[in-house]
Design a protein around this ligand. Structure first.
Ligand code: PXG
Length: 445
């Protein structure tokens, strides 16, 4: 803990907020409070500045409060604070949808706006099942996710997700008819891989096994994160995603890429679909789309999927789905400003340029105390640490605390520490973040 981070906030002031994905009792006894952010740094309540090693929660590639986004949101809230998206529309939402489709290199796609990654995932699953039904293939209802996958916390997302702690308490609420592909992480085969592992493309063939089990006529879609982020930067083996695409195409199964983390530049390309040269039928996005200034997400759907819905009388709604805040004017304004900044400042190229800097630095931690594996892809990296015997997840937290006290905010989850710096970082900042992590590992050992 750094100094007195409560800065005058007593325990009662911390009581009411039931915090998400947080050890609430421990946190409230030892709070870590952020009071402001600018560029690649947060300021904590005790005045310490820390480098934002995970771009918020993977969502602030431009750093914090970039002027252009701040001004766009300020202008927007004063001009049109809210506009209904059911049976009405505001012009900037249409132009944003068109821009995002072009940015994705899929100019004929349609974009459905939501407010979070979880909503994007549940929306994509609904589109997939309804698409088949609209085409007269209503038996195609099964969805295939993947072990270790994270697809948010909606009922659909936890069902197709593969993280046991996010699932085990909620079994009765999960959607039926879901299978999981095996995850692709095998340290014996791919330990300390730089970028994509050579081993593991054959794991995609498990999809053929599921098709043989259920028959393709019962399967609607496969959903995967092209690079698994939350579970600790699990990088797809070379050829794996292409093989998944081929099998889906052969059997008329829709392929959904959940690009909530990888979308908008994290791998040094607009989307991971570009990086891997594999085009899915549906892409979910959120987070970096508008630098997280206002919640916004969405789903990119291919034209043929959209067209399948556009039947029946024209005065009737085609897709009974949407949110009060779909295409919220503030979120949309922030997204336009974020895209302007990403493109004009060539920040995705910059992410691509920083990727090998991060790779070199992070792999130099091999052999340091506690280090069990290191992985990286694009401007993202993870270090697995050896667990404290009998106390799962404690070690990464200890390393996290050591890093925070030295001026770096990384992400810890399970036995993994992850880094995904803002695209605006300098090479030195990236190297320095890793040096802080090195000191933290030594101190925690
Ligand atoms: N899909 C993917 C691939 C995600 O990574 C979601 C869906 C859900 O998004 P929302 O906006 O509903 O939270 C995510 C979210 C971490 C971390 O530390 C990752 C996420 C969220 C919070 C922390 O890795 N991913």
């Amino acid at each position: 803990m750094i100094g007195d981070p409560t800065a005058g906030l007593g325990e009662p002031a911390l009581r009411a907020w039931w915090m998400p994905f947080t050890h609430n009792r421990h946190f409230k006894a030892h709070p870590r409070l952020i009071t402001s952010g600018k560029g690649a740094y947060y300021t904590l309540a005790d005045g310490h500045r820390v480098f934002d090693g995970l771009s918020g929660l993977w969502c602030c590639p431009l750093g914090h409060s970039p002027d252009r986004v701040v001004q766009a949101v300020q202008r927007q809230v004063a001009t049109l604070d809210f506009s209904p998206s059911f049976q009405m529309g505001h012009p900037a939402a249409f132009s944003l949808a068109e821009r995002i489709a072009r940015f994705a290199g899929r100019p004929n796609d349609r974009v459905f706006f939501v407010n979070s990654g979880s909503e994007a995932v549940d929306t994509a699953l609904k589109i997939a099942v309804a698409y088949h039904r609209a085409r007269g293939e209503s038996s195609r209802t099964r969805i295939i996710g993947r072990e270790r996958g994270y697809h948010g916390v909606g009922m659909g997302g936890i069902s197709v997700g593969g993280i046991v702690s996010n699932r085990k308490m909620f079994a009765p609420l999960m959607i039926p008819g879901v299978d999981h592909l095996p995850h692709t992480f095998d340290p014996a085969q791919m330990g300390y891989s730089r970028g994509q592992p050579e081993w593991g493309a054959h794991l995609a063939d498990e999809l053929e096994r599921l098709v043989t089990l259920h028959d393709a006529s019962n399967i609607a879609a496969v959903i995967v994160e092209p690079m698994q982020g939350s579970t600790g930067v699990i990088v797809p083996p070379r050829g794996y995603l292409k093989r998944l695409r081929e099998i889906c195409t052969r059997h008329g199964i829709l392929l959904i890429f959940d690009e909530v983390i990888t979308g908008f530049g994290r791998l040094g390309t607009p989307f991971a679909a570009d990086f891997f040269d594999v085009q899915p039928d549906l892409i979910t996005f959120a987070k970096a789309v508008n630098n997280a200034a206002v919640p916004l997400g969405g789903v990119l759907a291919s034209e043929s999927i959209y067209d399948a819905f556009m039947s029946g009388p024209e005065h009737l709604i085609e897709f009974f789905h949407g949110y009060t805040y779909s295409a919220h004017p503030l979120g949309v304004a922030a997204a336009h400003a974020t895209l302007d900044e990403l493109l004009e400042q060539r920040l995705i190229d910059r992410a691509a340029h920083l990727a090998p800097v991060l790779e070199e630095a992070i792999h130099s931690l091999r052999g340091e105390p506690l280090v069990a594996d290191i992985r990286n892809l694009g401007l993202a990296a993870a270090v697995d640490v050896t667990p404290v015997p009998g106390k799962p997840a404690l070690r990464a937290f200890q390393v996290f605390e050591q890093a925070l006290s030295r001026g770096l905010l990384p992400r810890f989850t399970g036995e993994t520490i992850a880094l995904a710096p803002p695209f605006i970082s300098t090479e030195d900042e990236v190297r320095n973040a890793v040096e802080i992590l090195r000191a933290a590992l030594r101190a925690a050992a």
